[in-house]
Design a protein around this ligand. Structure first.
Ligand code: BGC
Length: 735
């Protein structure tokens, strides 16, 4: 009831609640404001309370609206989308904002469509090569800020699939082959991003480890092996990063589509890991209505084929309980409140271009890996240096597909000039950066299209740097581990002609190197991003030391892989009679096929160690311009302590790695990564490092009890600078 009260002190009529009015007349406490009509907007309440309050107010149509995309792929203007990959209209009457989703693995994608600029970060595999949690946080935070600045509040990133298949076209979007490294780093990237009030995700859940047949492949894997490998990466990422979303993948896992897989979604993710956010389908990866939502899928993208009218009907028919729709909607609302997208609805501003450059360069420098150096690097700052191939005069290669960021001005390679020009180059020229940083050197550029001419240019110079690249993109895998377009031929000729040669690789994943013995130095810079050219120049000239380490193994050849031929790659499309097509026309399709993983949980280095195969470059490998020595190891079941000393002439940062060999009966791999530390050291300096051991990382998964169990018995702990460069070993026993 509202009443008018005439206050004696002044002749004003005021309106207040009866309670307040009487309280005041009785000399009680000061008037309290009316309770808000929109209590879910009260930031003092918990996200769960706010979600419950908002849900109470929602009609059935509004709930349905929240659990699917609008179908707008950023190309149409029929709805008020911001132009990203996904759009969910808000509920204005409840003051709930639109959800604008953008791909943002390496920066905000599709910017050029609306004349927007975004920083192209180095590929996620480069971020992982830094092995630096703080840098991963900064990487995510930069992308989060740019998403906000451009009006997005949902990110599609967080690539965490393990590199089981090194030819996978998306290796550059992921964080290598180890579940612990991947999980811990992606968690930091997610935290950095979500701290900007953007909903983050982790993808593609799960075992979407190749692009060949990604929409028809059925991964066959023992659940225990899955928990100890790919799912462990997601478990750590989900628990430590607390992403708002998990994106389920295109493939099947053990017979069920990942987006309608009760084992993966309900049991593992939601019940056992306690995931509180919502599961979003990969784009068009939803295959059903009742089965999918009952298995734990909460949100269909990009359209509404299964979670629109069909879902409404399934609820009305009793196939799907109302409570399940309520739970899906509640999870989405809860995430919106928890991550601040309701409370922080604005934030658009001009992107901080220079701030972005600075972080992109830092990541490129920390994430580039010096694979080999027989004294050619750092470059001398005098004489003549030949720069050859891969458009090094104009830019650096970028990854393609949804993990691509539009370069300002478009592709820096304007015509189909030479090798690798299928890719998109970003205008950060290594040649120009080298020229600017070393003005006393004479640089000679050759585009590498004529191998004989390139070899002559190399022979005449004091040093020859040959750039090689391997474009990669979502949607297909590399046909082999060889560099495309016979760049091996070019490198062979250049390294043979030059006494002092350097090979710079711009690849999304590992490649073979038939010319390795001849090369004086080999550097892997991945897709190095908006300041790639500058980072390469500084690293090659020694203005900054190398500190990156491989987050994945470089194999010697396809024959050493668990799958020498990519599963499904040799299948031929079959003709299907499709009644929808005009008579006489047939649809060609690959038949669904299985992807067995013979390596089980032994992914990457664990496979090579277990089978006794020697890789080209081991997991964790990376040298620098200085040297490091390890000493004084002590180990207990709880921690490892050792000393690292910089034995060289330059300052650097060593990523020391700790591996464990589990007790004989329990171990599934000869050794597994259990921790690491980045140790910056000036020449002569020694630091003592103490790493706390995490029981989870020393455990095996017991499929019967569905728990991680730390086995009893003797453990070996190995400390060194790569999986195959171990300096110290100690033991402890769990009784
Ligand atoms: C990709 C996802 C991406 C989505 C939206 C899919 O094809 O697999 O990674 O986020 O498209 O662009």
């Amino acid at each position: 009831m509202r009443i008018g009260v005439l206050l004696p002190s002044c002749a004003l009529t005021m309106t207040m609640t009866a309670t307040n009015a009487f309280a005041q007349m009785l000399g009680g406490s000061a008037p309290q404001p009316d309770p808000p009509a929109t209590p879910w907007l009260d930031a003092e309440r918990t996200p769960d309370e706010r979600a419950a309050l908002a849900l109470e107010q929602m009609t059935q149509d509004e709930k349905i609206q929240l659990v699917h995309g609008s179908g707008d792929l950023g190309t149409r203007t029929s709805v008020q989308s911001n132009g990203g990959a996904g759009f969910v209209p808000g509920i204005a009457r409840l003051k709930l904002p639109d959800l604008n989703m953008a791909d943002s693995t390496v920066g905000v994608a599709r910017g050029a469509m609306r004349s927007r600029y975004s920083t192209l970060m180095p590929a996620a595999v480069a971020e992982a090569s830094a092995w630096n949690p703080q840098l991963s946080y900064d990487y995510g935070a930069l992308i989060g800020r740019e998403l906000r600045a451009q009006g997005y509040n949902v990110s599609l990133a967080g690539g965490s699939n393990l590199m089981r298949e090194p030819r996978n076209g998306r290796t550059f979007e992921y964080r290598g082959e180890d579940p612990v490294l991947t999980g811990k780093l992606v968690a930091q990237a997610i935290r950095g991003l979500q701290d900007q009030h953007v909903i983050g995700d982790i993808k593609h859940y799960a075992l979407n480890d190749q692009e060949t047949g990604r929409g028809i492949g059925n991964v066959l894997i023992d659940y225990k092996a899955a928990r100890e490998s790919d799912l462990l990466a997601f478990e750590i990422g989900v628990k430590e990063g607390r992403p708002g979303m998990v994106m389920c993948s295109y493939n099947k896992v053990n017979g069920d589509w990942a987006c309608e897989n009760d084992e993966l979604l309900n049991r593992t993710l939601k019940q056992e890991w306690g995931f509180e956010g919502f599961v979003v389908s990969d784009w068009n990866a939803t295959h059903s209505t009742a089965k999918a939502i009952l298995a734990g899928l909460d949100h269909e993208q990009p359209g509404s084929a299964h979670f629109g009218e069909a879902l409404k009907k399934a609820i009305a028919d009793g196939q799907v309980p109302q409570a399940r729709l309520d739970d899906a909607a509640r999870r989405i609302l809860r995430t919106m409140f928890a991550l601040g997208v309701v409370d922080n609805q604005s934030g658009q501003q001009v992107v901080d271009i220079y701030g972005g450059f600075e972080i992109a360069q830092r990541v490129a420098e920390a994430g580039s890996v010096l694979l080999k150096n027989s004294g050619v690097l750092p470059l001398a700052r005098s004489g003549t240096i030949a720069v050859i191939g891969s458009h090094a005069d104009v830019g650096v290669l970028t990854g393609g597909g949804s993990g691509q960021v539009d370069p300002p001005g478009g592709n820096a390679v304007k015509t189909n000039l030479t090798t690798g020009s299928r890719g998109i180059w970003y205008p950060s020229s290594p040649l120009k950066a080298l020229e600017a940083a070393a003005p006393s050197v004479t640089f000679v550029y050759d585009d590498g299209t004529d191998v004989g001419r390139a070899a002559l240019v190399a022979a005449k110079a004091d040093i020859a740097i040959v750039f090689a690249s391997q474009p990669a993109s979502e949607g297909s895998d590399a046909v082999s581990l060889s560099l495309p377009d016979d760049q091996d031929g070019l490198i062979t000729a250049v390294t043979a002609a030059s006494v002092r040669s350097v090979v710079v690789l711009e690849t999304g994943g590992p490649v073979t190197m038939p010319w390795l013995d001849k090369a004086g130095a080999v550097v892997e810079v991945w897709y190095p991003g908006a300041r790639g050219g500058e980072a390469i120049a500084r690293l090659l000239l020694g203005d900054v030391n190398f500190s990156g380490k491989l987050p994945l193994t470089f194999p010697r050849s396809e024959a050493d892989l668990p799958h020498p031929v990519i599963a499904g790659a040799d299948l031929k499309p079959v003709a299907l009679n499709d009644p929808a097509l005009p008579t006489g026309r047939r649809r060609w399709e690959l038949k669904p096929f299985d992807i067995p993983y013979p390596e089980g949980a032994k992914v990457g280095y664990k496979w090579y160690d277990a089978t006794g195969k020697t890789p080209l470059f081991a997991f964790g490998h990376g040298v620098s311009y200085t040297g490091y020595a390890y000493s004084n190891l002590t180990v207990t079941p709880n921690e490892v302590t050792f000393t690292v000393t910089n034995t060289g002439q330059r300052k650097g940062s060593e990523t020391t790695q700790v591996y464990a060999t589990l007790p004989a009966k329990a171990r599934y791999a000869p050794q597994q990564l259990i921790g690491w530390a980045n140790v910056p050291l000036v020449p002569g300096e020694a630091k003592t490092v103490t790493l706390k051991l995490e029981p989870l990382l020393l455990s095996v998964y017991d499929a019967k009890s569905r728990h991680w169990v730390q086995p009893k018995g003797p453990y070996q702990v190995h400390v060194g600078s790569s999986a195959h460069d171990i300096s110290l070993t100690g033991t402890f026993t769990v009784r």
